[in-house]
Design a binder for this molecule. Structure first.
Ligand SMILES: C[S@@+](CC[C@H](N)C(=O)[O-])C[C@H]1O[C@@H](n2cnc3c(N)ncnc32)[C@H](O)[C@@H]1O
Length: 225
């Protein structure tokens, strides 16, 4: 099955069935905290889904900033469009594209962003290194890139592994992909945290350049700087 096919029929119910509040919201919030978004910043949300991260971004960037939101599923983008319209946001640009074959020219605005993030997406994409490389390429020097993704829980939380594996199986994710490792090895000033017994991994790194991001906050259960 194409990995986005499952997001066709489930798109309308995604927000209800995705365990957002009890589980996955934690990673989204942690990434937004570590990114320390500023008013006016241009943000790329790769694999935006129904736009669950939009409100967290909007609160920080305000109306002078913008979100370019990419997803391969037109059905998920329809839900993101509904969310955008009902919130009255005029600064969200929705783009239907495969993240692993992304052409920066399709992103508009010169294809350069202050911040790129991807939440619970890269582990779904077989060629995730290519998708993440594109995120880094389209982020300006000194800008930040965030990855939120999943692995098996660790330590005493390992008892939840079957549940975590089931969630990843249902969503089409490869729980062993560990795409954040490329942030660790490719970017500077890497900040890391985790949540839900290590199941949710969060990485934020800066693209080498002059205007280094000066963040120092972290949340979750195992911060590392
Ligand atoms: C688990 S959902 C996460 C959505 C959103 N980022 C969130 O945090 O709720 C995964 C999303 O990735 C999208 N997706 C999967 N493969 C993709 C690809 N190759 N390119 C772009 N989007 C993709 C799916 O359509 C779906 O919307």
């Amino acid at each position: 099955m194409r990995r986005t096919a499952r997001y066709r029929s489930s798109a309308r119910f995604y927000d209800l069935i995705s365990a957002e509040w009890p589980v996955y919201r934690a990673g989204r919030v942690a990434a937004i905290d570590l990114l320390m978004l500023k008013p006016g910043e241009k943000v790329l949300d790769l694999g935006c889904g129904t736009g669950l991260t939009f409100s967290y971004i909007q609160r920080r960037i305000g109306p002078t900033g913008s979100i370019t939101a990419v997803d391969a599923s037109s059905h998920m983008l329809d839900q993101a469009r509904k969310r955008t319209r009902s919130a009255g946001w005029n600064n969200v640009h929705l783009v239907e594209a495969d993240a692993a074959e992304l052409n920066p020219a399709d992103l508009g605005g010169g294809g350069t962003f202050d911040v790129s993030l991807s939440t619970y997406v890269l582990s779904l994409i077989p060629n995730w290194p290519r998708a993440l490389a594109t995120m880094i390429d389209v982020t300006r020097p000194g800008g930040r890139v965030a990855v939120v993704d999943m692995q098996k829980p660790v330590g005493s939380a390992a008892v939840w592994t079957p549940l975590a594996q089931l969630a990843c199986l249902l969503g089409g994710s490869d729980i062993n992909a560990h795409p954040w490792t490329l942030i660790d090895s490719s970017l500077t000033d890497v900040r890391a945290t985790s949540a839900r017994g290590g199941h949710i991994q969060v990485r934020v790194g800066s693209v080498a350049g002059t205007s280094r991001c000066s963040t120092d906050g972290s949340t979750g259960d195992s911060p590392r700087h």
